[in-house]
Write a protein that binds this ligand. Sequence first.
Ligand code: NDP
Length: 313
Amino acid sequence: MEKTKVLIIGSGPAGYTAGIYASRANLSPLIYEGDQPGGQLTQTTEIENFPGYPEGIQGPDMMNEFRNQAERFGAKIVSRTIESVDFYKYPFVCKDDRGEEIEAESVIISTGASAKYLGLADEDKYRGLGVSACATCDGFFYRKKVVAVVGGGDTACEEAIYLSTLAKKVYLIVRKDYLRASDVMQRRVRERDNIEILFNTNTRGLFGEDGVEGAVLVRNLGKENEEEFKIDIDGFFLAIGHKPNTDIFKGQIDLDEEGYIKVKGATTHTNIPGVFAAGDCADPRYRQAVCAAGTGCRAALDAERFLMERDEM
Ligand code: NDP
């Protein structure tokens, strides 16, 4: 059985940063990369808001640099996925997708979150070609263009407001006849002249030659007055929520009702001593790479301190 002082589960900015810090602290961490090495950023194109890259950098390239930096200091990176954990035992026992067990004195969970998509085939077809689930990441590419945001919650309103400062026009596609977002967000949306809210509207598909050129929408879906229509857009943004990748931790650590890992105050401590959480799996609010990297650093420092205090006991 493989044994480690620090097992890092997940390999986005949080996991790799934890790996950099833990390896520099001589803890020889093991990073299990999971089935999407590099995490969500490998799905985006150019990243222009991560400090230190004034010219911008491609998401996959940035994640490669994080990875190389972790390896340089001795982190061992394993291209496998952790499929189950037992935090009731100590040392903790985790099992990978080949059924092999790893015994860990501390665990850093950095499994990230995944944006929810509508499930349309066209979302895959045009991903990176006009379909995005992150206005903060990709909005800049739609200056003076026309975009649509799907969703009626705070995220959708926030993204629509952000995009309205860049784009010529923003459609907000809302499936119900009201916005679920807080009053203040709703007011801000309504104050923007270039945001048009399409209530009672669902998306049926997207069209375009080499990228998104428009969307096929349906008003009053399933009702007598159902009506299909098209809008011309350059970008299609999903803002219908995120799902933290925490299914394997259910029943093992405290999660909130959305599945995000609960951490104590400004630390990365979960309710299980020796298990820490970093990045989007514990962050329903900010979801930015730079924030994830910051919590990855904190998790490694928390793990280091945990191991030191345990050894002193
Ligand atoms: P929410 O779950 O609050 O909203 C999701 C929205 O997407 C809803 O309008 C929902 O519609 C819609 N939706 C879901 N599935 C589909 C679908 N298949 N087709 C069409 N529409 C769909 O998620 P958010 O990400 O907006 O917010 C998550 C949490 O984060 C909330 O608690 C929010 O308050 C908070 N937040 C706070 C912010 C702030 O305070 N500044 C900013 C961002 C988030 P329906 O209403 O019909 O279910």
